[in-house]
Write a protein that binds this ligand. Structure first.
Ligand code: SF4
Length: 393
C-alpha cells in the first residue's frame, strides 16, 4: 500500500483525477491498507468541504405506494387492495407538511411508485376521482399546493421522467431525485420485472436534467448483486454527467437492507467495511461533489460513515418514518448533532437544494424562488437552522 499511499493517493488528494483501474484497486484493498484509503478520502473532504456536515430536515410524503415495478429489495410498493396500499389525499399531504413546518422542516420529500396507472385500472380510477390524468399530474399539483400553503420546498422523487416532465416539475420542485442504483442492466434484483430500473433510461433522465440545469440528486444502491466493477462504473458515469452539466448536487451511497417481507430477504447486507470502502472511493472519484450516506441504514454505527469522507447525512425527519426502510428510524436530531460534533464537525441544516445550487434553482423555479430566498441564510444553508436540536426535535 505504501507505494500508492505516498504517490498516487496523495496526487488524487491534491486534485489529480483517478483512473478506473486505480479506483477498483483501492476498492479491493486489504484490511491493513484501508486506513490509507480512508485517510485520503477524509483529506480530500477537508480540502473541498471543510468541517461542515449537512442534512435536510424533511417530511417524507409517500404520495402513492402503488408502482408498476417489482424490485426484489422493495418493501415500499403495494398492489391495489394489498394491506397498507395507499395514495395520499391532498388533505393528508397538507396535514403532514403543516406539522413538519412547526418542527422546522424545510423539505417536503415526495417519494412514490413509478407510473402505477400504467398497469392498475384502480389507480386510473383513483386519479380520475381526485381530478388528475396521471400520477405525475397529481404530483405536480401537490407540489404546487405545498408551495402555496406552506414554507416547505418540494423535492420530487417520482421515478423515470421525460424531458417534458422534467421541465414541468422543475417549476414546482426546484430539485429532483432519481437513484441510478447501478449501471449493470441485468441485476437479479430487477429480474425483468422493473422496466423503470433500466440504467440506460435512468442515465438519460440524469442527462436531460443536466440540459435543463436541474439540481439533481442521484446515487448508487450497493449490495443488490452488483460487482465492485459495477460500483466504480456507476460512480464514474455520475461523475461524467456532472462534468458535462454541473448539475448533480448530491450522490447517495445507499446500502441494501434485508427485510423478511421481500424476495431478497436472505441476501447478505453490505458491512460497515464495505460502506466505508465505497464511500471513500466515491469521494475520490467525485472530488468536490456532495457525498451522502443515510445514517438510519447503519444503526448506531452510523457516525463511522464520516470516516469514508461523506459530507452529508441526507434527509432526516423529526416527524415521519423512512417509508422505504420503515424498520430503520432516523437518528434523533440532537444525537446526530452530538455525534457529528464529537467527530470534529459542525452540523448544518440545508434546504433540499444544496447551497451551491440555489441560484440555478431560483432561476428554474419562479414558483419556489420566494421560498428559496426566504429560507436560506447568506451561505445558502437553512436560515432557521436549529442551534439546539434538542429544543425542537
Ligand atoms: S424500489 Fe421504487 S421502482 Fe422499485 S418497486 Fe419499489 S417503489 Fe417501485
Amino acid at each position: 500500500m505504501a507505494a500508492f499511499a505516498n504517490t498516487e493517493l496523495s496526487g488524487i488528494v491534491a486534485g489529480q483525477s483517478i483512473s478506473r483501474e486505480f479506483a477498483l484497486r483501492l476498492l479491493k484493498c486489504s484490511t491493513s491498507e484501508l486506513p490509507h484509503l480512508l485517510a485520503a478520502a477524509q483529506q480530500l473532504r477537508e480540502r473541498r468541504k471543510g468541517h461542515i456536515i449537512s442534512y435536510s430536515r424533511k417530511v417524507f410524503l409517500p404520495l402513492t405506494n402503488h408502482c408498476r415495478d417489482y424490485c426484489g429489495y422493495c418493501t415500499f410498493r403495494r398492489d391495489p387492495g394489498q394491506p397498507g396500499a395507499h395514495t395520499m389525499t391532498p388533505d393528508e399531504v397538507l396535514d403532514v407538511v403543516n406539522r413538519g413546518e412547526t418542527l422546522g422542516c424545510t423539505e417536503a420529500l415526495f417519494s412514490l411508485g413509478d407510473k402505477p396507472e400504467a398497469i392498475f385500472p384502480e389507480m386510473q380510477d383513483g386519479l380520475r376521482h381526485l381530478g388528475y390524468r396521471s400520477t405525475l399530474h397529481y404530483l405536480e399539483a401537490m407540489c404546487e399546493l405545498v408551495l402555496r400553503e406552506t414554507n416547505l420546498i418540494p423535492h420530487a422523487n417520482p421515478g423515470l421522467l421525460s424531458f417534458e416532465w422534467l421541465r414541468r416539475l422543475r417549476e414546482v420542485s426546484p430539485s429532483i431525485g432519481l437513484m441510478l442504483e447501478s449501471t449493470n442492466p441485468s441485476l437479479a434484483a430487477h429480474a425483468d420485472r422493473a422496466p423503470d430500473k433500466d440504467p440506460a433510461k435512468r442515465l438519460t433522465v440524469i442527462d436531460e436534467a443536466g440540459k435543463l440545469g436541474i439540481p439533481f440528486t442521484t446515487g448508487i444502491l450497493i449490495g443488490i448483486g452488483e460487482s465492485l466493477e459495477d460500483r466504480v462504473d456507476s460512480l464514474f458515469a455520475i461523475a461524467a454527467l456532472h462534468r458535462k452539466y454541473g448539475h448533480v448536487q448530491e450522490v447517495i451511497i445507499q446500502n441494501f437492507r434485508a427485510k423478511s417481507t421481500i424476495p431478497m430477504a436472505k441476501w447478505p447486507e453490505p458491512t460497515m467495511d464495505d460502506m466505508l470502502r465505497t464511500t471513500a472511493i466515491a469521494r475520490l472519484i467525485l472530488g468536490d461533489m456532495n457525498v451522502q450516506a443515510p445514517p438510519n441504514l447503519s444503526s448506531c454505527d452510523y457516525p463511522r460513515l464520516l470516516e469514508g469522507g461523506i459530507n452529508d447525512w441526507g434527509g432526516i425527519s423529526p416527524l415521519t418514518p423512512d417509508f422505504i426502510n420503515p424498520e430503520a428510524p432516523w437518528p434523533h436530531l440532537a444525537a446526530l448533532q452530538e455525534n457529528t460534533e464529537a467527530a470534529g464537525f459542525t452540523l448544518k441544516q440545508r434546504l433540499p437544494v444544496y447551497p451551491d445550487f440555489l441560484d440555478k434553482a431560483r432561476a428554474n423555479s419562479p414558483k419556489a424562488a420566494k421560498h428559496l430566498r426566504n429560507l436560506a441564510d447568506q451561505n445558502g444553508f437553512a436560515a432557521t437552522a436549529f442551534q439546539n436540536a434538542s429544543s425542537t426535535a
